[in-house]
Design a binder for this molecule. Sequence first.
Ligand SMILES: Nc1ncnc2c1ncn2[C@@H]1O[C@H](COP(=O)(O)OP(=O)(O)OP(=O)(O)O)[C@@H](O)[C@H]1O
Ligand SMILES: [Mg+2]
Length: 212
Amino acid sequence: MAGKIITIAQQKGGSGKTTLAANLALALASTGKKVAILDTDPQGSLGRWFMTRAENFGERDPGLGFRTASAWGARYEARELLKSHDIVVIDTPPKMGVDGRPAIEVCDLVMIPVTPSPVDLWATEPTLELAVNEKRPALMVINRATRRARLTGEMREAIAGLGGDVSQNMIGSRIVFAECMGSGAGVIERQPSGPAAAEIRAVAGEVTKRLG
Ligand SMILES: Nc1ncnc2c1ncn2[C@@H]1O[C@H](COP(=O)(O)OP(=O)(O)OP(=O)(O)O)[C@@H](O)[C@H]1O
Ligand SMILES: [Mg+2]
């Protein structure tokens, strides 16, 4: 797999876009790929995570690049980053609406984190629509899954009902995700053999396979 752009989008705030962007980037980088992250959210959470990481870990990230861009600059910056990286992961703001088009347009896969709640499900429709309009494949990922959501699969059915692909692997609601962000780390570093790391690796594997 070379030269691929993954855009993480979801109109609903707090669904886990930034958490997924950081952890997915690290999981992909751990397989030897050169990964860059592009923060297009003016909130700059991913940038703060990356800067904290740089302070805490120094030169630990030989392959992990980072840049910011405005919504309209996303396409240009992502392509620039692809010149020196294998994969670019783009984080986007909530409620991006049509402003988010460049980030969707440029990508090879739109990943949409969805937490198991009806409100998140409703919010997913416009994000999916954006992907469909730009003819981009979309993959919904259930994030913050509870034990019940895992057992019943009800959520998966409800999400599949929206008419997009749902990832085989869910990401559980785990405190380690929140803990990691503040220290600029990822779950695969904090708890390499823990369940959160296994979930992120599984999602990363699925994404790699899809991107060919
Ligand atoms: N799988 C998870 N388990 C537990 N907590 C999580 C998980 N995913 C995200 N969180 C927490 O949920 C909150 C929102 O996550 P995050 O910032 O990644 O969402 P977001 O979609 O990027 O939000 P925004 O729309 O504001 O950019 C954070 O406090 C984060 O630590
Ligand atoms: Mg965010």
